[in-house]
Design a protein around this ligand. Sequence first.
Ligand code: BJW
Ligand code: ZN
Length: 261
Amino acid sequence: MSQIEIPAALAKSVSIARSVVVLTGAGVSAESGVPTFRDAGQGLWAKYDPMRLATPEAFNADPELVSRWYDMRRQAIASCRPNPGHQAIAELEERVLQRGDRFTLLTQNVDRLHHSAGSRRVVELHGTLWKLRCVQCHAETEDWSAPLRTIPPRCECGGLQRPGVVWFGESLPDEAIDAAYEAIEDCDLFLTIGTSAVVYPAAGFSQIAHAHGAPIAEFNVGETPISSMADWSIRAPSGVALPALLAAAFNSRAPRRRGAR
Ligand code: BJW
Ligand code: ZN
């Protein structure tokens, strides 16, 4: 028996929705051991504010410092594995697609753990820290080295390489933002999971889905600015709550793992 109570109406919504949108944030990866964004400044980094480091201004002023911060985070994430929350989201995608309905995963996370869990199509709103982009020739490369080979990393052309993420004040990738709005305007169920809902434009997605008539379910250990708008608020770690949601929606004890018989 799951200890999490999933409202019957929410389970039913999941089981019959024709178009599901899932928005995730750093809380989904917390149970994998990845510090949430606002906690990414602990230990030696306690004196730095993540909100200031994640800016083009900080990188331009001190590329070595910002590269060291990302290197520290890359090394921490390299040993992290997807948790039951990531796996439940991948399983949900499979179930919804199998019955011929639409499913879109929008993530603010830069760690790629949804990919590792088997999610098929992931819209990365804020890019990924496993890509580097040359500030001189703009070449983008996937780079999984941890630690980085040099700090700051350099392109073959000699230019500095920055992380392939979206910083404060920068625009989100056009394809990601187009995919997000198209899915949200069409959805009839919106799940917001493990995000503080303070960073725009993603913080406004629930509002848009709500305005289009979609019910909103929030999964978060704490309250957020969108809690009052949510039709359901599940106050539990996503690694516990999401498997319980799947079990309730699909009447199974535990979600099937990809590849499991
Ligand atoms: C659990 C849990 C468990 C823990 N289970 N839950 C409109 C109004 C005001 C300002 C703006 C606006 N539009 C744009 C802005 C400016 C700015 C912005 O939003 N600022 C706000 C701070 C006010 N936005 C931008 O600049 C964006 N660009 C843009 O809009 O371009 C056009 C434009 C520019 C300027 C002005 C106007 C228009 C770009 C935003 C890019 C964000 N990038 C970052 C860094 C990525 C790289 C990196 O990681 O270093 O993305 S910032 C950071 O925040 C990161 C995250 O993806 C993002 C969201 O954080 P998230 O995922 O919610 O994590 P946390 O840590 O905040 O929360 C974790 C949550 O999990 C908590 O709630 C916990 O309770 C919960 N939790 N364990 C379930 N086990
Ligand atoms: Zn270059």
